[in-house]
Design a protein around this ligand. Sequence first.
Ligand SMILES: [Zn+2]
Length: 500
Amino acid sequence: MHTSNNICNRRNFLGGSIAALAGTMAASSCSHSKPDNSLVSQVELVNVSGSSIEPSSIHIKNGFVITMDAKRAIYPQGQVLIRDGKITEVGEQLKKPIKADLILDARQKLVLPGFVNAHAHLQQYFRGVYELIGNFYQVNLPLEGYRTPEDMDALGAASCAELIYGGCTTSLIIYTYPHGFAQAVEKAGNRCVLAADIEQVDLNVLKNGTYKYLPEKGEAAFQRAVDLYNNWHGRADGRITTCMCPKAADLVLPDIYTKIRDFAQEHNLPVTTHLSQTSRESKQVQKLYNKTSTQHLLDMGLLNEKLTGVHCDYITEQDLQLILKSGMGIMHCRSVGNPLMQWRDLGIRVGLGTDDYHHDMLPLLRANLRSRSSRSRRPTFYEILEMATRGGAVAIGLDNEIGSLEAGKKADIITVDLNNPYLTPTREPITSFVLYGSCRDIDNVLVDGLFLKRNGKLTTIDMAETLNVAQNRVIYIIDKFFQEHPEQKKAWESKVPYRI
Ligand SMILES: [Zn+2]
């Protein structure tokens, strides 16, 4: 009874045996664009009318709806209507009664746009090592050299699991070999802006403070970024887009920056780069060009509204004026000394990114509530949540499509179950969620109106199997690193209170 057009469209399964349909779906050779939802349990596939596997219309009913729109509208007992992957209505009441395929009872739940993680790498394999013996140059950068293109076969799904589980419906991910990760995103159903990081220094000598530039390394990295664009930009129903990422002004020479600029302009791509991240970067850029990193980017024609600079820990007052004038954005992570709210109040687009070995946005929000900048006030609970949703969407240039719950936008939505003793009782649930919430409280995650997490469980990823595969791969990677860096192994063993 299915036409070839609807076999792969989860919204179009109508009637018949749910079990038979689920079997058909698992066995069918779907096009690349839809997330693989064959792991959704049959019980969960039955909706209120019992007629459709993946509902084309969903009514999220009576939830505490935080729209994150420009008016900052909140509906404490609000309604959200989704049709064919898009939000069609949001408000206190629906305009007219409607019989949606699925009704999600959201009493005792927050309903808000999914998090936009505006800057992250895939470095989960550093966990349990870097925290113990961490040194950016001695451990972090050498460990990055242990990435291989094949790693993402084992680690890609685990990374997607982490992002989806924590409610990151959209993430800007920078990784040296992103092809395998793009495949994982395609299957998992989340939304990503992907970048292949471009650098051309020898990491083995950089750890000693020596900058040795390798032209062929830069060329190969640039080519990977071009390949990423050619192979993945706009794929998976548009869930995957790409941007360019020269890693930093001290790690990439002007000839490659120029090529990146030209390619990005030709294809209308955003550019993101670590900017004024370390004092070593600042010194090297001064030494090479006698200017700050910001001025250097300006002189190379890169400082514009398509650019975002990550960190900006060491920018000068003059740099800040250049940033303001250019319209570029800033991706902010954990540096609580940065004047986050000053930047935002000046009108700079600011996104928040986990940039760490785990990608849970809630600890990041809490870290930034403790801003210590003398130049800047602290954000309110609402403002920090806004920055993690609509602010991130604006920063990455996708705010026409995502970042708030408004009619016409994509249905990238999370719900938060308040019905636990950490979040209830409360008189103000936004404050409580930001301060005390955890990713486990995020019980539903939708992207394009499709459930990727439903009632607390991932629907497109077998989490136990995925994490087992990832764990084995990480043991292999770290063992290799230790074999070739015995001094680091010794340092690590001295910090671990047991022997394996
Ligand atoms: Zn970073």
